[in-house]
Design a binder for this molecule. Structure first.
Ligand SMILES: NC(=O)c1ccc[n+]([C@@H]2O[C@H](COP(=O)([O-])OP(=O)(O)OC[C@H]3O[C@@H](n4cnc5c(N)ncnc54)[C@H](OP(=O)(O)O)[C@@H]3O)[C@@H](O)[C@H]2O)c1
Length: 342
């Protein structure tokens, strides 16, 4: 990765921090895209103190709950006149982490939907020319096993922006959208020599759980499960690191990558699905079990649900997200922030 420029969103904690560390260790120039300067700087210190590299680490602020901040980030990045070889759309939060009085962003979207999916879509679109100019390049989207129960009716998220209520199931929807959009983007960008992958990091003991079952009778049990069963962030980052840097994975074919061997998947090196398991009607059950237990065995290609590969819905999602992007652009170009940028 020497000479390569990589953006990692949410690189100050958990899987993003470890992804940044590994890519920096491989010599990349990593842009640490985070909402808190203090947390970003301490992450940079942490990485530098543990990792020898000729790479570079640099902070640019990015708050994904604000489209203004996404535009601002893209503008700042472009001002640096750097190439862009990999964009890792990693940042995310679960429903416990959204402040109860802030279920909607200032732009009116469900908080999690905007942070986990919509802002990443906008960011990718704003940086597309940079990725095209630096091709071969890659986009890495963080999905999750929870995509399996996502609702593919994404128009719900656009429906009532004046509401202050959250949209139920938006974490699952956002993770389904991250997988689905990867396939659609791949179709659109293959001619530009860009490869798009979707990753499931597994169940990882990261900061995403900081507000989950913090108190109450189940809290000690959950703490034990986190410690004993979940992957460490350094294991959970392996799909993202492979997707970003494995020389075999730059062939303009989207893969959904797990951090461990999976009955519905195959070995990345062989790129062959394990068909034997498909003979049994047990696949969905076995998949859930493996996803839950996350037996660690190295990054592996897996098969997401049919809904995550439904190209009709993928196109619909892309068009819906594009419409939002255009609306955001109109308000951005007339905003005070843009006048300052000019
Ligand atoms: N952990 C798991 O078991 C698991 C499983 C499946 C998928 N994933 C996915 O993996 C990705 C990384 O999660 P993680 O487990 O590493 O979580 P984490 O340790 O909580 O890290 C999440 C990162 O996202 C950032 N972030 C949150 N809200 C943001 C916002 N509004 N604007 C900008 N950045 C924001 C956080 O910044 P702050 O530190 O400032 O909050 C942090 O850097 C997420 O997309 C998640 O959905 C995780």
């Amino acid at each position: 990765m020497e000479g390569k420029v990589v953006i990692v969103t949410g690189a100050n904690a958990g899987i993003g921090l470890e992804t940044a560390r590994q890519l920096y260790a491989k010599g990349a120039h990593v842009i640490v895209a985070c909402r808190s300067q203090q947390r970003a700087e301490s992450a940079i210190q942490n990485i530098k103190s543990t990792t020898k590299s000729n790479g570079k680490l640099e902070f640019i602020p990015l708050a994904l709950d604000s489209f203004t901040s996404v535009h601002d980030f893209a503008g700042r990045f472009k001002q640096k006149r750097l190439p862009l070889h990999v964009l890792v759309c990693n940042a995310g939060l679960n429903s416990y982490s959204v402040p109860p009085d802030q279920q909607r962003t200032t732009e009116g979207f469900d908080f999690m939907w905007q942070v986990n999916y919509l802002s990443h879509f906008l960011l990718t679109q704003l940086l597309l020319e940079d990725l095209k100019k630096s091709a071969p390049s890659r986009i890495v989207n963080l999905s999750s096993v929870m995509h399996r129960i996502g609702n593919p009716d994404f128009a719900r998220h656009e429906a009532d922006k004046s509401s202050s209520k959250k949209v139920s199931g938006s974490y699952n929807d956002s993770k389904l959208a991250m997988a689905l959009i990867s396939y659609e983007m791949q179709e659109r960008l293959a001619g530009d020599n860009i490869t798009v992958h979707a990753c499931n990091p597994g169940a990882v003991n990261s900061e995403i759980w900081r507000a989950t079952l913090k108190t109450g009778p189940l809290s000690p049990l959950f703490a034990t499960i986190k410690r004993s069963i979940m992957l460490k962030p350094a294991q959970g980052c392996t799909p993202s690191v492979s997707a970003a840097s494995d020389p075999q994975l730059g062939d303009r074919r989207t893969r959904y990558i797990n951090p461990y061997w999976h009955p519905a998947g195959g070995n990345i090196a062989k790129q062959q699905p394990v068909k034997a398991f498909k003979c049994f009607g047990l696949v969905p059950f076995v998949c859930q079990l493996f996803d839950a237990l996350s037996t660690f065995g190295g990054p592996t290609e897996a098969t997401p649900t049919k809904a995550a590969r439904d190209m009709v819905n993928a196109k619909r999602l892309y068009e819906l997200s594009e419409r939002e992007k255009h609306e955001q652009e109109e308000s951005w170009f007339t905003s005070e922030a843009f006048q300052i940028w000019k």
